[in-house]
Design a protein around this ligand. Sequence first.
Ligand SMILES: [Zn+2]
Length: 428
Amino acid sequence: MAVKSRHDEYFDELETMPPSARRAYQDRKIAERVAYVYQHCPAVKKMLDEAGITPQSIRKVSDLERLPIIRKTDLIEMQKAHPPFGGILAIPAEDVERIFVSPGPIYEVQPSHVRWFAKSFWAAGFRKGDIVINTFTYHLSPAGMLFHEAVRHCGATVVVAGTGNTDLQIQVMKELRVNGFVGTPSFLMTVIKRAEEMGLNIRRDLNLRRAWFTGEMLPQSLRKTFEGEYGIDTYQAYAVTEPGGAIAYECREKSGMHLMDEFITEIVDPQTGRQLGPGEVGEIVTTQLQNPDWGLIRFGTGDLSSLTTEPCPCGRTAYRLTGILGRAGDAVKVRGMFIVAKQAEQAIMGPGEVSRYQLIVGRREHRDELTLRIELREGSKTDRNKLSLDINNRFQDICRIRIDRIEFVEPGTIPEKAQGIRDERKWD
Ligand SMILES: [Zn+2]
């Protein structure tokens, strides 16, 4: 593609479609999409056939209400029943270019050279000449590669950093004069704090000017710190891995996230699947329109939000998500990773020393914190240090995140009903 100049505000013409044109576009696209995935994905065909729905009868976005919602847990079951892709692969297996592995595990397929995520980075101001450090993992999860390609589509240069190695990342940022950051807000804060410990002045010694975040929410107070204290312009996007990446993004107004036109995103009642109107809080459900490889439709993210239809001064006409307001399901997002209750249990209970547990998600100094409280079996003589280590290693293998603190409590401390994951985070 021809790289655009810094002065072009919009990435493509879809972003500024008049609302009536968008409605017609979306209705046409969803009809085409359902027909395509019905033809190519056995799981979708089965789902529609069983519900007595013909693909021809899905002619507009509101018709989607008639289809069931597929959630993370459904996807895991579908893939177990029909390995490895659960009947939603839409191309011959030998044509698959790359496979990502999300927590579950869930196998996802994406072609390369996907362009549409770039508009999120474009709206954040990434352009040719920028040097952007991508701190999302390039292992298993799609985040690293997809965002890498998206930054490239804006014309910028990418430093292939991945996660961890904070000190080295700081050195690289300094020496390469990195001016763009892609990652989570908490990791940027870790970088800043560490750089200050190393005696660096962020404004003077580093060249960080803009940051693009996803994977966790950006509290207003933290945004103020980044922008006010450190002079880093911040943008956030809402991304979901199963349907394949960022589905909503902030513009310079930073007042909600515009929905991407490459997805049909609904806000629905999580119990009934009925679509809700602007301002009503419900679950974000999304359907990919463009990926020829992957036929996941009506994916229920478990995240709660609402839509605003107020015109945005930036000129983009897509409705905006007002923010992420909480979780509808049983999976909880911690430091950008979903922890699925079942997997957490598998990791914690292990070979049977633990009789009851409670995993608490808290937040301290802008970072999600995991505390595990466990009760041991009556009369257990187990070595607690070793058990803590074993649990944390298993937890990291299965859930791909570390527990910050493990506390042993007396048997009978944790009520039976309190077993499981408890999210105690509060968002300002
Ligand atoms: Zn806008």
